[in-house]
Design a binder for this molecule. Sequence first.
Ligand SMILES: [Zn+2]
Ligand SMILES: [Zn+2]
Length: 289
Amino acid sequence: MRKKIFKRLALAIAIGAAGISASNLALANHAWGNYHWARSTPQFTLKLGNNLTTSAWTARLSQTSNDWNAGNTPALTAIVGGGTSARTCKMVPGTTQVCNASYGNNGWLGLASININGDHITQGTAKMNDTYFNTTTYNNVNEREHVMCQEVAHTFGLGHQSEDGSSQNSCMDYFSNTGAYATSTVSTKPNAHDFSLLNSIYSHLDSTSTVAATPGPVGSAAKGGANVDISDDPNSWGALMKQSANGRASTYQRHNDDGSVTLTHVFWTNEAAASCPSCDHRRQYWDSH
Ligand SMILES: [Zn+2]
Ligand SMILES: [Zn+2]
């Protein structure tokens, strides 16, 4: 198994090195729609609000921010003070709020939501569920890093590189850094393909900005106000739009009263996915409450 993963990894690297044509093929299905932050400069800085309550998570956010800043990127990140509470993790206009809490035995490890007006992201949240990360299976640096890296990057507008459990050596895949792979750092960081996609998503300029000014007060740039947040009630996520064949990755969409749309990426546990890959997992955990 280990050998197979590294073979795939070597192949992925080889394809990346082979050039533009191979990576362009994959670009088409790796973006999360056309969603992006509006900005009028080629490079912008997205504020990541730190609402994290444990050093195990703040260390992971620092690593993730550094990793996403380390490539040739249009989307720099800066960690700033949190603008919400870890438990409610409400959106703050112009920013991504990052949170952790024991959100309950609800089947998900990580959740990323973006609020959009048209194609423009106006605010986002990334949540990590300690109910699972405090268990032996998931409580290791690499699995935490993988999920943190992915949830934060969903709020840039990035989707997954793959969802079948193979490693592309990108945190935007569904390799599981658990069990025999708990000590493996594979898939805990972005790879070159992620950065080339970010550059493609952000290759145009907008005349307006939805990104909060840096420095400047949080929430000064974008519209907000209406209730666009998702809550602990998974029915607040809206309709299930898409789910991977193995049941680990789902996307939900909700239309809000102010005309905006809230999209949510859900990273399900291995157990939730395996128990019924084709089910809307909300039903497995919520309807029995
Ligand atoms: Zn635009
Ligand atoms: Zn995801």
